[in-house]
Design a protein around this ligand. Structure first.
Ligand code: SF4
Length: 414
């Protein structure tokens, strides 16, 4: 039996970035499908096609096709699913969008999977082989992270994730996030109670990866549990790795944690700064994480230990007026964060903001191709959607001129 897993890309011009040079290709592979491949029984032949770096242009024969992606990939997922089903190949759809839009997805699939698919996957394959595939599989319990197999990165190890295009060394150590920002579906999808992978197993996996390239921790908030994070950083010390990850601004509030991160090889962090406006921070439910008055100090502390910052900002929040664009520009200019990433607020299905906007009748576009943070798909509170698009594009152009370096992450090779 042969299983084909496809990580869907984006299918047409509508989904492309508006601004030239606005990088949308991932630097690191998504781990969902490499994990599914690892959970596939050895007697089944499994292949992964990752469209992040080019759309699949020919049909690959398989007995069963699994397709995953996020909201911005949904239309491509459905297009691929329809094509494969027309050729008689059954299709299973999964991923974060499918989890929350399962009725829509099930029109294009023989089966849909809601939630974290890994531990359901062998069961689903067994059902399929018995001719008893169900229409819907729901992962009721978040899988435990003890003894998870190593993701099959060898199946996505093509040119796409080799330097300088990207890095293959993607590792997961935790899942979930203790916070619950209203624009983010991490907590809804993966839980608020952080699940921790045993540190010896994380280190063991890192040591199996190519040693000359840096490691990216694919966690949503690596410091969600500071005790665990400190232990992980201590365990990394002897190996002199260079690494990066997403984490919250709380890294700057704990000197021991910050210094340990730097000493253990942290070269770059992705931080959700989101907004310079206190009302917005309260409204998005991030006031326990982000203190607007401490931003500049936090950036200075992180820079002082030699860590570079990819700072993420959102425009179009409810208290944003025309001043937001200048505020972000000024902050980036003064703080000298290395890579500013700005996105338009996007109500992804599954997030609190999606249900809020839906109830308020503020969602004006459900073309999922446009749910890529570069298009206004809702009615903003203090400006028109058209104005937000125009000002966003101007801001990106200005920031691109301001960028201090061309490379996204300066990982030095250990
Ligand atoms: S801190 Fe980050 S990962 Fe956690 S809920 Fe907020 S945006 Fe999502």
């Amino acid at each position: 039996m042969k299983v084909l897993l496809i990580n869907a890309g984006i299918d047409n011009k509508e989904g492309e970035p508006i601004i030239e040079g606005n990088r949308t290709r991932p630097l690191f592979p998504m781990l969902a499908l490499p994990y599914l491949a690892a959970y596939t029984p050895p007697h089944i032949d499994v292949q992964i096609y990752d469209e992040a770096h080019g759309l699949l242009e020919h049909i690959i024969d398989a007995d069963l096709v699994g397709i995953s992606g996020m909201t911005m990939h949904a239309r491509r997922m459905y297009q691929l699913a329809d094509e494969y089903r027309q050729l008689g190949m059954p299709v299973v759809l999964g991923g974060i969008h499918v989890t929350y839009m399962n009725q829509e997805a099930s029109e294009h699939a023989d089966a849909v999977v809601q939630g974290e698919a890994e531990q359901l996957w062998p069961l689903l394959l067994e059902d399929f082989q018995k001719g008893e595939l169900k229409k819907c599989y729901h992962a009721a319990i978040a899988p435990d992270l003890h003894n998870v197999p190593h993701p099959r990165l060898d199946l996505v190890a093509g040119i796409a994730y080799r330097p300088p295009n990207g890095f293959l060394n993607s590792v997961m150590s935790t899942r979930g996030c203790p916070h619950n920002c209203n624009f983010c579906c991490v907590t809804k999808m993966f839980g608020r109670k952080l699940r921790l992978r045993p540190i010896d197993q994380v280190i063991e996996e890192i040591l199996t990866l190519p040693q000359k390239t840096p490691v990216f921790f694919n966690d949503d908030n690596l410091i969600g549990n500071t005790k665990y994070a400190k232990e992980l950083f201590r365990a990394l010390l002897p190996y002199r790795k260079r690494w990066g990850s997403q984490m919250s601004l709380k890294i700057a509030e704990d000197d021991e944690l910050l210094k340990l991160a730097a000493r253990s090889g942290c070269a770059s962090v992705f931080l959700g700064i989101e907004s310079m406006n206190r009302n917005n921070i309260v409204a998005i439910n991030k006031k326990s994480v982000n203190n607007v008055d401490h931003y500049m100090d936090a950036v200075r502390k992180i820079h002082d230990v030699g860590i570079e910052i990819i700072g993420s900002f959102i425009v179009g929040l409810d208290d944003d007026d025309d001043g937001v664009f200048e505020d972000i520009y000024d902050f980036v200019d003064k703080s000298k964060i290395e890579v500013p990433l700005v996105g338009i607020l996007t109500p992804f299905p599954g997030t609190d903001i999606y249900y809020q906007f839906e109830k308020q009748g503020r969602i004006i576009d459900t073309n999922w191709n446009k749910y890529n943070l570069a298009h206004t798909v809702f009615r903003p509170n203090k400006m028109t959607p058209e104005h937000l698009d125009i000002k966003y594009n101007e801001l990106i152009k200005h920031l691109n001129r301001l960028r201090f370096r061309n490379d996204i992450i300066r990982f030095s090779i250990s």
